[in-house]
Design a protein around this ligand. Sequence first.
Ligand code: PLP
Length: 396
Amino acid sequence: MLSNRLQAITPSFTINISAKVSEMKEQGKDVIDFSIGEPDFNVPQLAKTAAIEALDLDKTKYDKICGLSELRLAITKKLMDENNLFYEIENIVVSNGAKHAISNTLMALINPEDEVLVPKPYWVSYPEMIKLTGGVPVFVETPNRNQYKITPQLLSPYLTSKTKMIFLTNPSNPSGIVYSSEELLQIGEFCVKNNIYILADEIYERIYFNDSFTSIASLGQDIKDKTITINGFSKSFAMTGLRIGYSASNIEIAKAISVIQGHLASHPSTISQWAATAALNHCNHEPAIMRKTYKKRRDLAVSMLNAMEELKYVTPQGAFYIFIDISAFKKKLGYSGSFSVAFSNSLLENALVASVPGIAFGMDDFIRISYTCSEKHLLEGLNRMHTFVRSLQMTK
Ligand SMILES: Cc1ncc(COP(=O)(O)O)c(C=O)c1O
């Protein structure tokens, strides 16, 4: 009865975990939730005020499909000031979150059987989104020695006449790695040479812990022409529920995205769009405060993980996750099916710490934890994790 399209789709792992955590909490269990991919900050006050004002002033009618002109103007200004990216408002389409901007882009560019390169570890939804548009996700292995980063050498063997696009998540969810300008330039030039579109998912762009962040589209006109930059307000302004994201691309693609969005969703809520406009125009100091907090937590988490010798990880340079290699415990833990699911379940049941199994990101020897919680909770959760891995070590 249901569509064939649905047959190939895997339900979200993260939704299963959230359901289990909620159930345990309802039973009164004191679970520390490291599985969440959502900032623990609130929407900036001036953005809230703008949303309330939008309602009061009846700014609640249908508006432009591609998003409010005021918001797109603020986005072009942000891209210019922060990312050295020059776009007109016609290049920007505002959508219901970055997720929607990505699916619009796929619909605009991907034909059935087109191949899309997806470097591992990848964000959970990419493969399913690609399959839903009829495309074929092609998973690119990335060695640990290269910190899970792609290079032209690593990508070359995966190219075929059907390769149409690559997903580049920077900073990465789940690994937290951040690419340097030099690394991005090499990837960009490789894509231009091989006529591949770059879907640059930069949703965590404001959460980086080194000196600066580079947007791949800023590295040359030919790279910019092939790049669709995806961004949004969920992570940088803690506006997850307001559902505002956007794409910046060449005009032809922007128009196509707008046509698709027009038929399927019209435009995001005008109330949320006014909040986002205020966030960009008046609240730019807030992401900087959040970044500092995340960095402090990252440092704390890393110092505690260092004491758990069997767990390996690449120190994250951005986003708010740590992707932990748990393979040292493979022989210690009895399991059938997915090892990371078994490990994550056991951690939850025995230590009351929720994590996301690495299989959700295409790598079954890992779990992902996030540090979107207070230092107190982080400390408590990691102490519990330490006790848990110690008990596993002692298992024969
Ligand atoms: C890498 C990545 N891209 C996109 C999204 C979606 O963000 P939004 O809430 O704007 O749809 C997420 C959310 O977790 C993400 O981690």
